[in-house]
Design a protein. Structure first.
Length: 167
């Protein structure tokens, strides 16, 4: 896509080119299931409609629709955007898998960090209150880590929730 910015629409200003590229990208994404020629025709129709309503996206583009070179470059841009969308869609499962792996690694790193720290006063207090509330025998918390206490609290809450669901 980057090379297209250097080869297409050389007669447009930097701002015009940037606005056109961004708009075409979103327009192609919106109409991705249609062929490139149909997307081009829809784009031309939309721009002419908005020009007639005195609210054009691009004031300079109406006279450019007469130029065959401009239309060919616009078709190339639409085709490239369709390719980019197809590539992105093909990579989606791989990216989702990468996100899941990264999330798992962050969780492991956080658990490792918690396993090296002593429990907080709030955790200890919360554990004591849960033990009193559910009439559970307290275990010794002197040698436990924050992770251990977090897991114990989670187990107590999960057991209570499963008992409620069974009832």
């Amino acid at each position: 896509m980057y090379y297209l910015k250097n080869t297409l629409f050389l007669d447009l200003t930097k701002n015009q080119k940037s606005a056109l590229f961004g708009f075409i990208k979103s327009f192609v994404k919106k109409h991705s299931e249609k062929p490139a020629e149909e997307i081009l025709n829809l784009f031309i129709e939309d721009e002419q409609y908005y020009y007639q309503q005195n609210n054009p996206h691009f004031e300079w583009i109406i006279q450019e629709f007469e130029d065959e070179k401009f239309l060919n470059e616009l078709t190339k841009l639409i085709n490239e955007n369709k390719k980019q969308l197809a590539l992105k869609e093909a990579q989606k499962p791989f990216l989702e898998k990468q996100k899941a792996i990264a999330k798992e690694q962050r969780k492991k790193a956080a658990d490792f960090k918690l396993s090296k720290e002593p429990p907080t006063k709030k955790q200890l207090y919360y554990y004591d209150m849960l033990c009193k509330k559910y009439n559970i025998q307290k275990t010794e918390t002197e040698s436990l880590s924050r992770l251990d206490l977090k897991n114990m609290i989670g187990n107590i809450i999960d057991e209570h929730d499963s008992r409620i669901k069974e009832s």
